[in-house]
Structure formats: structure tokens, C-alpha cells
Design a protein around this ligand. Structure first.
Ligand code: R5P
Length: 307
């Protein structure tokens, strides 16, 4: 049975995978949203298959929490859990996916490439009535609704929260987007915090081969904070940091929504001279400094009210 919800609890439940990394986020979201929290229990068979066990009777309105960092390992379980939840009583199923993977592959860059964004979106649209996420990497499509045919997509942004957090730590910061795609996040962060900003240009030659140029922005003598949606290999942040320090920046800190930091990314970013890394808690990571559960809870309440 789920734990009791807070005052004014919604009738619907929050369902979360019993995952040691995601547990704190699930508990925080349940509190913020006033939803009873129930768990998807997992048993991993020796051959790699998983048995999922959900509460045997679910209410009509269910929100399922699952971040899609390390997506290939999680997608099968997610789709199975959604189908199971419907069999057990859920008639309106919302996926809260703080990090929505596969959004960057939005066109076939060379002939024959699968446009993963479109097909992952279609799969999620078959399973969920709505998807709520934070700072999805939408570049060539205007809105998340376009990725989820016939379903409701809610794309929230942690950028204003990160901007306001940065302002408390570095009130005179110059926010720097490493590339044009990060321009929208750096503008939102700068506007929310009343900080200056600039946008660089980036050329990516390979997974771990990135070059960033300042495009005339003056960083000499400034406390620079590089703002981006996602840190994956860390090469983008490291290139931007080296560039800014080489051009006379006093210090370089980093603010990112999604702290993936795969492989040696963390060490790479430190080696480039980055002082602090601040991230949202969309992806659980030691750098988490800004919570998004309040933002998500507000969006869930608005969605419920609109139905
Ligand atoms: C891409 O344009 C994104 O906004 C990030 O800049 C990018 O995904 C970061 O990747 P990495 O950490 O591997 O450089």
C-alpha cells in the first residue's frame, strides 16, 4: 500500500521504480504533489529479464516517475510497467520523465540513420496519455507535443531555477552558452536572475571531439558560468571552460539541467579548470543543487485541473 499523501492529496497515485538512485526524487515528488507513493518492484532473472510487480489495484489517475538516463536499460521495463498499470486500473497514465533521452537524434544526419526522437516519442505516446519532462533537447521541433503524436507533452525548464541559484553564489556572473542550441536556456537563466549572458559557437567532430569559439564575447575579468542542458561526456563544458579561462575569465563554474557525466566526464571537466558544478536533481548526481519537484508538482496539478 502506498504511503499517505500530504494535505490536499490528489486522488491519483505516484508510482516509482524501486531504484536506490531515484528513490529520493520519488519521495520528494510525492510530498510536493501530495500524491501517495507506491513502488514498482523489480526482480532481475539470471538471464537478464525482469519481473515487475505493481500494487494489485491502482486508481484511475496514475503518475509514473522514471528518468531515462541509461535509456536502453530502462525502456523495456518502462513500457511493461505502463501496460501493467493499465491492466491494474489506471485509465489516465502520465509519465514524469525528468530526463528524456533520445531527443538529440531529431533528423537523419546521414542517409539511413533512424530518427530516434520520432520513434521513441511514438512508443511513449502509445503507452502514456501525457509526458512531463524538463529541458528536453528539442532543436528542430517546436514543442514536445510534436514528438508525442496525439498526446500531451509538457516541457518544463530548470534554467530559471539554475539562473537564480547561480545569482546567489556568483551575483556578478556572466552566463555563457557553449553553443547556439543552449542559447534558449542561457537566455531563460539570465532573464530570471538579471544576469548578463553570451552565446558561443560549437563544432562537434565526434563524441569526444568538440571545439567552442567565443564569437566576440568578452569574458576577461569575468566570473563565467557555463550553462547547458546536458553534460554527457563533459567535452562541451570542458572546451568552453578552457576557452573562457584562456581568454582571461576570473573563474569558470557550470550550471546544467541534466548531470549525466558519463565515463571520465567529471574528471575531464575538473581538469579543464571548472570550479563548481551545479545541476538540477533531474538526474541524481553529487552536483545536484537545485530541486525540480516543485516545478513538476505544479505542472501535474495544472494538468489535473485542465482535465
Ligand atoms: C548538445 O548540443 C547539448 O546541448 C550538449 O551541449 C551536449 O549534449 C553535451 O554533450 P557532451 O557533454 O558530450 O559534450
Amino acid at each position: 500500500m502506498p504511503g499517505a499523501g500530504g494535505a490536499g492529496a490528489a486522488a491519483g497515485w505516484l508510482l516509482a521504480f524501486d531504484d536506490v538512485q531515484e528513490r529520493p526524487l520519488a519521495e520528494a515528488l510525492a510530498r510536493a504533489a501530495g500524491r501517495p507513493l507506491a513502488w514498482v518492484r523489480r526482480h532481475r532473472f539470471p538471464d537478464g529479464e525482469t519481473r515487475l510487480t505493481l500494487p494489485p489495484a491502482l486508481p484511475a489517475d496514475v503518475v509514473l516517475l522514471r528518468g531515462l538516463q541509461d535509456p536502453n536499460a530502462k525502456l523495456t521495463e518502462l513500457l511493461l510497467a505502463a501496460a501493467g498499470a493499465r491492466e491494474l486500473g489506471a485509465t489516465h497514465l502520465t509519465l514524469v520523465c525528468p530526463y528524456l533521452a533520445y531527443m538529440r537524434q531529431d533528423i537523419a544526419f546521414t542517409p539511413g540513420e533512424v530518427v530516434s526522437q520520432r520513434h521513441l516519442g511514438a512508443l511513449l505516446a502509445q503507452s502514456f496519455d501525457a509526458v512531463v519532462t524538463v529541458d528536453p533537447h528539442l532543436h528542430r521541433v517546436a514543442s514536445l507535443d510534436e514528438v508525442l503524436p496525439g498526446r500531451r507533452g509538457v516541457a518544463l525548464s530548470a534554467a530559471p531555477l539554475l539562473g537564480r541559484f547561480v545569482a546567489t553564489r556568483q551575483p556578478d556572473a556572466l552566463l555563457l552558452a557553449p553553443d547556439d542550441e543552449a542559447g534558449r536556456w542561457v537566455r531563460a537563466a539570465a532573464e530570471a536572475a538579471g544576469l548578463a549572458h553570451a552565446v558561443c559557437v560549437k563544432q562537434r567532430r565526434g563524441d569526444r571531439d568538440v571545439e567552442v569559439a567565443l564569437q566576440g564575447a568578452s569574458v576577461a575579468g569575468r566570473a563565467v558560468v557555463v550553462v547547458d542542458d546536458v553534460a554527457s561526456t563533459g567535452r562541451t563544458l570542458a572546451a568552453a571552460a578552457r576557452l573562457a579561462l584562456g581568454a582571461g575569465a576570473l573563474s569558470v563554474d557550470v550550471a546544467v539541467t541534466h548531470a549525466l557525466f558519463v565515463g571520465d566526464a567529471w574528471e575531464h571537466v575538473q581538469a579543464a579548470g571548472v570550479r563548481h558544478v551545479w545541476s538540477s536533481d533531474c538526474v541524481p548526481h553529487p552536483s545536484n543543487a537545485v530541486g525540480v519537484t516543485g516545478l513538476i508538482a505544479t505542472a501535474l496539478a495544472a494538468s489535473s485541473a485542465a482535465r
